[in-house]
Design a protein around this ligand. Sequence first.
Ligand code: ADP
Ligand code: MG
Length: 371
Amino acid sequence: MKVVLQNLTKRFPNRNKKGADVIAVNNFSLEIPDGKLIGLLGSSGCGKSTCLNLISGLEKPTAGKIFFGDDDVTDLPPENRGVGLVFQNYALYPHLTVRQNILFPLQNLKGADRPSKPEMEKRALEAAKLVQIDSLMDRRPNELSGGQQQRVAIARALVKMPRVLLLDEPLSNLDARLRLQTREEIRRIQRETGITTVFVTHDQDEAMSISDLIVIMNAGVINQVGKPQDVYDDPANLFVAKFLGTPGINLFRGKVLNEQLLIGGESVMPAKGIKDGPVIAGIRPEGFVLNPQGAFSCTLDRVEVMGRDTSIVSHHSESLNDTIRSIIPAENTVDPDVGTVHFDLKPAKVFLFDPESEVRIPVAGSLGGRE
Ligand code: ADP
Ligand code: MG
């Protein structure tokens, strides 16, 4: 089921009565292709849940339209939209068994929509099998681990065979190992069922690893939509560049002069076709190459051995971060007492931004961040 969001805006009256209205979602337009998993990524308070609640019908938009396929569902109540919802807190009924929890949405159906009892049982078991909890059907939620409870919540969302599955930070209550495992499970289930899915998270690793497309949101506004690798390699603006990547991108005050990028007094890279003026230069940690003759010099703080790679921690007078992190292959050694480290830069890993608008400045001949 293709989902189209057209100029969606949601305005809330401020919670403290005297303040200005909050525009939680601002003129949000997005086409979610049929059968894909979309990761809606942004920091807390940026409007992710509101956006999901608009799709589910739990909230009404102030302006804009929502289509499921060709159907305009903007005014449909949630129960008629055919959406499955999963939240961070599993919201299971504590006094019901796993089976009863999964059956619940079916038992609530009315009239012709209500399946026969054996059909309900069959569908509940199918959903339980899909999330691999079919051996736990007679337990109650308090007899399950967090990961198992979340699987029950997913089975309960799937049992009505929704047209669209909406997941709001579904892994946030799980410990690190379970989080990894459950996200792989969600990916598998989504692939197996082919249900169009929106997965909300503030965790970039989660969004990057699970999504067909990621949508980066900031203050109610879409900043960029694309395949995870494309967005990482080709960020549209400073916000997106900063949001993706661990360790994060290193930022410097720089300037372009005669088609050269200058950071501090050093000419560190060609900047073909860019007019003279100040820029913010973002360098991915993997964009540094150790070279004693390299044009870019930083003051070495320490060297952290991480096994496969080495992380060089340094600083620079023009850095906008407290420390600069460069990741280099472990076979390249650096003397921790060398004082100053010199680097060459990989052009595809360096992005320039307008300091005013924070929009990315395209460099002639550059195809984004691929080497
Ligand atoms: P996220 O899920 O990304 O953390 P939300 O969608 O929950 O963000 O919230 C976006 C903004 O809208 C926040 O500033 C939040 O305080 C505000 N907001 C959300 N729901 C309401 C509401 N019912 N009334 C007033 N403000 C709200
Ligand atoms: Mg939220």
